[in-house]
Design a protein around this ligand. Structure first.
Ligand code: AMP
Ligand code: ZN
Length: 141
Protein backbone atom coordinates (compact mmCIF):
# COMPACT_ATOMS: atom_id res chain seq x y z
CA UNK A 1 0.00 0.00 0.00
CA UNK A 2 1.34 3.42 -0.96
CA UNK A 3 1.74 5.74 2.02
CA UNK A 4 0.15 9.19 1.80
CA UNK A 5 2.78 11.97 1.81
CA UNK A 6 5.69 9.55 1.24
CA UNK A 7 8.02 10.93 -1.43
CA UNK A 8 9.39 7.48 -2.30
CA UNK A 9 5.88 6.02 -2.69
CA UNK A 10 5.19 8.97 -5.04
CA UNK A 11 8.29 8.04 -7.05
CA UNK A 12 7.15 4.38 -7.20
CA UNK A 13 3.73 5.56 -8.43
CA UNK A 14 5.33 7.75 -11.10
CA UNK A 15 3.87 10.86 -9.45
CA UNK A 16 7.27 12.39 -8.58
CA UNK A 17 10.37 12.58 -10.78
CA UNK A 18 13.32 10.21 -10.38
CA UNK A 19 16.36 9.18 -12.39
CA UNK A 20 15.74 5.43 -12.30
CA UNK A 21 18.51 2.89 -12.89
CA UNK A 22 16.61 -0.31 -12.01
CA UNK A 23 12.92 -1.23 -11.86
CA UNK A 24 11.51 -4.67 -11.05
CA UNK A 25 8.31 -5.99 -9.47
CA UNK A 26 9.54 -5.48 -5.89
CA UNK A 27 12.39 -2.98 -6.07
CA UNK A 28 13.31 0.42 -7.49
CA UNK A 29 16.76 2.08 -7.64
CA UNK A 30 17.23 5.73 -8.51
CA UNK A 31 19.75 8.53 -8.05
CA UNK A 32 19.84 10.50 -4.81
CA UNK A 33 19.09 14.20 -5.41
CA UNK A 34 21.75 15.21 -2.87
CA UNK A 35 24.63 12.86 -3.69
CA UNK A 36 27.69 12.25 -1.53
CA UNK A 37 29.53 11.48 -4.81
CA UNK A 38 28.31 11.30 -8.44
CA UNK A 39 26.41 8.04 -8.90
CA UNK A 40 25.02 7.96 -5.32
CA UNK A 41 21.80 5.97 -5.55
CA UNK A 42 19.05 4.61 -3.35
CA UNK A 43 17.54 1.12 -3.53
CA UNK A 44 14.02 0.83 -2.09
CA UNK A 45 11.34 -1.83 -1.74
CA UNK A 46 8.30 -0.72 -3.75
CA UNK A 47 6.03 -1.79 -0.92
CA UNK A 48 5.99 0.95 1.73
CA UNK A 49 7.71 0.10 5.01
CA UNK A 50 8.83 2.99 7.20
CA UNK A 51 11.61 1.08 8.98
CA UNK A 52 13.14 -2.38 9.15
CA UNK A 53 11.24 -3.13 12.38
CA UNK A 54 9.09 -5.77 10.68
CA UNK A 55 11.08 -6.68 7.60
CA UNK A 56 9.77 -9.01 4.94
CA UNK A 57 12.85 -11.24 4.50
CA UNK A 58 12.21 -11.51 0.76
CA UNK A 59 12.13 -7.71 0.38
CA UNK A 60 15.35 -7.38 2.38
CA UNK A 61 17.13 -10.02 0.34
CA UNK A 62 16.02 -8.46 -2.94
CA UNK A 63 17.13 -5.00 -1.75
CA UNK A 64 20.64 -6.28 -1.09
CA UNK A 65 20.90 -8.21 -4.35
CA UNK A 66 19.90 -5.11 -6.35
CA UNK A 67 22.36 -3.01 -4.32
CA UNK A 68 25.17 -5.46 -5.17
CA UNK A 69 24.27 -5.24 -8.86
CA UNK A 70 24.16 -1.43 -8.65
CA UNK A 71 27.59 -1.41 -6.98
CA UNK A 72 28.97 -3.54 -9.83
CA UNK A 73 27.40 -1.13 -12.32
CA UNK A 74 29.03 1.84 -10.56
CA UNK A 75 32.42 0.14 -10.78
CA UNK A 76 32.10 -0.55 -14.53
CA UNK A 77 30.25 2.66 -15.49
CA UNK A 78 33.22 4.93 -16.02
CA UNK A 79 32.14 7.09 -13.07
CA UNK A 80 34.93 7.62 -10.59
CA UNK A 81 34.58 4.64 -8.29
CA UNK A 82 37.48 3.10 -6.41
CA UNK A 83 35.24 1.62 -3.73
CA UNK A 84 31.57 1.57 -2.74
CA UNK A 85 29.78 2.29 0.55
CA UNK A 86 26.39 0.85 1.51
CA UNK A 87 24.52 2.81 4.18
CA UNK A 88 21.07 2.27 5.69
CA UNK A 89 19.66 4.58 8.36
CA UNK A 90 16.97 2.67 10.29
CA UNK A 91 15.20 5.05 12.65
CA UNK A 92 15.49 8.74 13.44
CA UNK A 93 18.32 8.25 15.94
CA UNK A 94 20.30 6.55 13.17
CA UNK A 95 19.86 9.58 10.90
CA UNK A 96 16.84 8.41 8.91
CA UNK A 97 15.08 11.36 7.27
CA UNK A 98 12.83 9.68 4.69
CA UNK A 99 10.64 7.08 6.38
CA UNK A 100 10.43 4.60 3.53
CA UNK A 101 13.21 2.01 3.80
CA UNK A 102 16.13 2.78 1.48
CA UNK A 103 19.66 1.53 1.08
CA UNK A 104 22.24 4.11 -0.02
CA UNK A 105 24.90 2.92 -2.48
CA UNK A 106 27.60 5.42 -3.37
CA UNK A 107 30.99 5.44 -5.07
CA UNK A 108 34.09 6.27 -3.04
CA UNK A 109 37.46 7.44 -4.23
CA UNK A 110 40.60 8.86 -2.69
CA UNK A 111 40.02 12.46 -1.66
CA UNK A 112 36.22 12.41 -2.15
CA UNK A 113 35.84 14.27 1.15
CA UNK A 114 33.34 11.84 2.72
CA UNK A 115 34.17 10.89 6.31
CA UNK A 116 32.54 8.70 8.89
CA UNK A 117 33.16 10.39 12.21
CA UNK A 118 34.61 7.94 14.67
CA UNK A 119 32.88 7.67 18.02
CA UNK A 120 31.53 5.27 20.59
CA UNK A 121 33.13 3.37 23.41
CA UNK A 122 36.74 2.66 22.53
CA UNK A 123 38.27 -0.77 23.16
CA UNK A 124 35.71 -2.59 25.35
CA UNK A 125 37.01 -5.67 27.18
CA UNK A 126 36.46 -9.18 25.73
CA UNK A 127 34.10 -9.82 28.66
CA UNK A 128 32.00 -6.80 27.64
CA UNK A 129 31.97 -7.96 23.99
CA UNK A 130 31.01 -11.51 25.03
CA UNK A 131 28.18 -10.19 27.25
CA UNK A 132 26.70 -8.16 24.37
CA UNK A 133 27.14 -11.07 21.93
CA UNK A 134 25.26 -13.31 24.37
CA UNK A 135 22.33 -10.85 24.59
CA UNK A 136 22.18 -10.58 20.81
CA UNK A 137 22.28 -14.36 20.27
CA UNK A 138 19.33 -14.67 22.67
CA UNK A 139 17.44 -11.92 20.80
CA UNK A 140 17.92 -13.36 17.30
CA UNK A 141 14.85 -15.01 15.77
P1 AMP B 1 18.21 9.23 4.98
O1 AMP B 1 16.74 9.07 5.31
O2 AMP B 1 18.93 10.15 5.93
O3 AMP B 1 18.92 7.91 4.83
O4 AMP B 1 18.38 9.95 3.58
C1 AMP B 1 17.34 10.27 2.71
C2 AMP B 1 17.97 10.50 1.38
O5 AMP B 1 16.94 10.65 0.43
C3 AMP B 1 18.86 11.75 1.30
O6 AMP B 1 20.16 11.37 0.84
C4 AMP B 1 18.12 12.63 0.28
O7 AMP B 1 19.01 13.37 -0.53
C5 AMP B 1 17.34 11.62 -0.52
N1 AMP B 1 16.13 12.12 -1.16
C6 AMP B 1 15.13 12.81 -0.57
N2 AMP B 1 14.16 13.10 -1.47
C7 AMP B 1 14.56 12.54 -2.64
C8 AMP B 1 13.99 12.49 -3.96
N3 AMP B 1 12.81 13.06 -4.24
N4 AMP B 1 14.67 11.83 -4.92
C9 AMP B 1 15.86 11.25 -4.64
N5 AMP B 1 16.46 11.27 -3.43
C10 AMP B 1 15.81 11.91 -2.44
ZN1 ZN C 1 6.59 5.05 0.99
Amino acid sequence: MAQHNCIFCAIVAGAAPASVIHDDAATLAFLDINPVTPGHLLVIPKRHASTLANPDPADGARLFVVAMQAAAALRSSGLRCEGVNFFLADGEAAGQEVFHVHLHVFPRFAGDGFRIVEGGIAHPSRADLDAIASRLRAALP
